[in-house]
Design a protein around this ligand. Structure first.
Ligand code: SPV
Ligand code: MG
Length: 573
């Protein structure tokens, strides 16, 4: 059987509803056999199948006309039957509704139908409707009266072959009678319908091209409920639906209205955009891109990615803290935050993004605050610490924390550095790692709050013994260097980072706390924070003096060899 769940629950209040434990074929069968009038809506691809389901329909007509039209070909079996079946697979995946395929003539003789039935069952299609014409067919509304009908016995044999082939007892074969369309008259139509019923057809589709439902109603009266009746009121569309109910019809097919609606919408839009050469007039009248994502269930993908991909992921992200105005650069930060200061012709942020990209950090979150509107959002996720004027760095970090899933660099927004500084940091395998500059603190020309006390000093010639951070603070005594404003957190350390931040939140002064407080909390909590020593090769941009030198440094960065010279100190400019 085609669906995984075959058994009907003992008491199903509505066996036709999608999502019920019934298979799709069982639901289609129930629609055909139930007393109330049911409706199938046309769909022609995965997207339209999803839209039909969301509108509340309980079943889908996979129209031959509409599917060939969306391929841009004629309804003359120009699309191959396997192309149709491939499309059905998308439709089955996009919607849990039962699908009745408009299978034309079965794409050949009894043997072609047998293979079709097998393939449809395998793909979860609930049933097929075949019409008593000859392959290759043409649409019934195109010179319908000129079209030759199938031999009645040959067609009955085809139905029997299909019924004998199906494995799922609920798979439905609907026999479509074209005698009225072809002008053979009511008697022939009834004769054929009866022959097809006897051959095993689960329902009869009686087709008419008249603008009134008269011959359908007459047929239904004469037929007298010998098998479920299906109709396609494309031409007699103005007939009140109650007429079909009163006639005892089982299922009405709205056969081509989704593709016609799409054609109309696309023509209007294309003409208008072509004429006006702008999108501004149409944007609000069409589905937002987000609606496409919703219909594609993009959110499920994102969730699955987190579940299955993050463990093996080499993805890296960065959080850039750029909310504060800082002091020392007031004349330059009237209209923009520090991260947008031009350094050698480009905003500081662009230098950072370049450096990140080189190391495969593609997901960058910038937490802005002061003059955040001046931050160029291209290529970054921009978050806002609205209370930046009253709060410290940890409040900004907390804005970005919920979105973090991968290895993450937390970095100040006013940093320039040689690329090896970041590369070496990312090579550490510890959950937490920081960059500490071991060049003499005396060279720093401002009050520094982030001296680093480490387990041991920089042993520049003795590689292999990573130092661990012990404390960061303003006290130079005993310090082994200066933390430059970069913290790398492995994915495996994120929970601990979040816990440390949550712990700090309990402090009354949390809103004023900066990154050193977090580093100290991590260390205090027993986390090993590995130290990567550098000796210069980076710049902060904290005052006019530093700003003036930053341009030269950045220039050197883009042209210089990135390998550090062993004796190069902070004064490498
Ligand atoms: C279809 O939708 O392709 C049909 C119905 O076969 S009709 O076009 O009305 O013949
Ligand atoms: Mg058709």
């Amino acid at each position: 059987m085609s669906d995984a769940s075959d058994a009907a629950p003992a008491h199903d209040p509505d066996p036709v509803l999608p999502g019920s434990a019934l298979t799709r074929s069982a639901r289609l069968r129930a629609m055909l056999n139930s007393a109330p009038l049911e409706f199938l809506m046309e769909a022609h691809n995965g997207l339209s199948a999803r839209i039909v389901r969301e509108a509340g329909f309980r079943g889908i007509w996979a129209s031959g006309l509409a599917i060939s039209a969306q391929f841009g070909v004629r309804d003359n079996n120009e699309a191959s039957w396997t192309q149709i079946v491939d499309m059905l697979e998308f439709m089955v995946d996009a919607s849990d509704l039962p699908i009745l395929l408009d299978g034309d003539t079965g794409y050949g003789n009894f043997n072609n139908l047998r293979r079709l039935v097998r393939k449809l069952e395998q793909r979860g299609v609930a049933g097929v409707c075949i019409e008593d014409k000859q392959f290759p067919k043409t649409n019934s509304f195109l010179n319908g009266e000129r079209q030759p009908l199938a031999d009645i016995d040959e067609f009955a044999g085809k139905i029997a072959a299909g019924k004998d082939t199906q494995r799922d007892p609920n798979f439905c074969i609907v026999a479509r009678v074209e005698a009225l369309i072809a002008g053979w008259g009511m008697e022939e139509a009834l004769r054929r319908a009866e022959a097809y019923r006897r051959a095993g057809a689960d329902a009869i589709l009686i087709h008419s091209k008249l603008a009134r439902a008269d011959e359908i109603v007459t047929f239904a009266r004469e037929w007298a409920g010998r098998a479920p009746l299906v109709i396609v009121p494309t031409r007699y569309y103005s007939t009140p639906t109650q007429v079909f109910r009163d006639a005892g019809v089982s299922v009405v097919i709205w056969a081509n209205h989704m593709v016609r609606a799409a054609i109309c919408a696309m023509q209007t839009l294309a003409r208008e955009v072509h004429a006006s050469q702008t999108l501004v007039n149409v944007e609000d009248r069409i589905a937002p891109v987000g609606e496409i994502f919703r219909l594609q269930d993009a959110a499920e993908y994102t969730a699955a990615e987190e579940l299955y991909l993050s463990a093996a992921s080499t993805a890296r992200s960065a959080v850039v803290l750029a909310a504060g105005r800082g002091t020392g650069l007031e004349p330059l930060t009237e209209v923009r935050p520090k991260i947008m200061l031009p350094i050698a012709g480009r905003p500081l942020l662009r230098w950072l993004l370049d450096a990140f990209k080189k190391e495969g950090i593609n997901e960058v979150t910038v937490v802005g605050g002061y003059r955040a509107e001046a931050i160029d959002p291209a290529g970054v996720r921009l978050l806002l610490n609205e209370r930046h004027a009253q709060t410290g760095e940890l409040v900004s970090l907390a804005c970005a924390l919920p979105g973090l899933r991968t290895d993450t660099l937390v970095c100040y927004g006013d940093l320039l550095f040689r690329s090896y500084v970041l590369r070496d940091l990312l090579e550490t395998e510890a959950d937490f790692a920081v960059v500490v500059d071991s060049s003499p603190p005396g060279l720093h020309n401002r009050t520094v709050r982030d001296f680093a006390v480490c387990s041991h000093a920089d042993e520049r010639e003795l590689f292999g013994r990573p130092a661990l951070l012990q404390h960061v603070g303003p006290e130079a005594d005993g310090g082994h260097g200066r933390w430059i404003g970069m913290l790398y957190v492995r994915r495996t350390g994120l929970e601990r980072l979040k816990a440390a931040l949550a712990g700090l939140r309990l402090r009354a002064d949390f809103e004023q706390l900066d990154m050193p407080a977090l580093l100290n909390a991590l260390v205090g909590d027993g986390a090993q924070v590995e130290v990567r020593y550098v000796h210069g090769h980076w710049r902060g941009v904290n005052d006019l003096e530093e700003f003036r030198h930053a341009g030269d440094f950045a220039h050197g960065q883009s042209t210089a060899d990135d390998v550090p010279r062993p004796d190069a100190g902070r004064g490498d400019d």
